[in-house]
Ligand binder design. Structure first.
Ligand code: SF4
Length: 221
């Protein structure tokens, strides 16, 4: 049976509302656009710290650009509860070690699952270290990410580290659409590839192929 992770999260939120409690959440974020809707939504119910740990991003300038956008967005967003930021340095070797042997698997496969696990494990570790009540990630907002896999990894890490994982599927309830609206509203930089060097190359190849198909159509037309 397919689980509805959004509904599961709503149940947790309902319970918190009844208890009138505002727990601390460590939210892993991949970038400002993906975090926009998630922060707008969850900051009503949680005191959030955004963890920007993304060693997958290539090149370094892109990593720094996305980190800066993330900090700027947090600064601009009016939030019911204060949002803090926890940034990491560029530790790209951790990504290359995690995906070793899987580099050429296309986006959406095992390489990505390892990339999710790497980033979620850092979030679980930081959540444990900082005594947070929950941890989760913005990643499920993307229609290209596997929400089932993300939640499976998150739940296994919750067991390992002893901090509750907040189930999520942020693309539900028009979350992805809202993130595009907020990106426009706040003028946030939206990248056109997922993050790693492999996804950048895949995107460039797709763009070249599309351009060459268009040229062929124009020549025929
Ligand atoms: S495509 Fe995205 S999720 Fe997959 S490995 Fe690259 S950066 Fe990670």
């Amino acid at each position: 049976m397919n689980r509805n992770y959004q509904k599961e999260m709503e149940k947790v939120i309902e319970r918190l509302k009844k208890e009138r409690s505002v727990p601390r959440l460590l939210l892993h974020s991949c970038c400002a656009p993906c975090s926009s809707y998630v922060l707008e939504y969850l900051s009503r119910y949680f005191k959030i710290t955004v963890l920007y740990y993304n060693p997958n991003i290539y090149p370094r300038e892109e990593f720094l650009k996305r980190r800066k956008e993330q900090e700027e967005f947090i600064r601009l967003l009016p939030a019911a509860h204060p949002i803090e930021f926890l940034g990491s340095e560029y530790r790209e070797q951790e990504f290359y070690d995690a995906v070793k042997g899987y580099e050429q698997i296309p986006e959406g496969g095992e390489r990505c699952f390892r990339c999710y696990a790497l980033r979620l494990e850092e979030a679980a570790r930081e959540a444990k270290k900082g005594g947070y009540d929950f941890f989760t990630t913005t990643l499920s907002i993307s229609p290209l990410k596997n929400a089932g896999k993300l939640n499976e990894i998150g739940e296994a890490l919750a067991e390992k580290y002893g901090t509750a994982y907040l189930s999520s599927d942020f693309k539900k309830k028009n979350g992805y659409k809202r993130s595009t609206e907020l990106s426009r509203e706040y003028g946030i930089y939206r990248q056109d590839y997922c993050g790693c060097a492999f996804s950048k190359k895949e995107r460039e190849t797709a763009k070249r192929e599309q351009k060459s198909r268009q040229n062929s159509c124009n020549a025929l037309g």
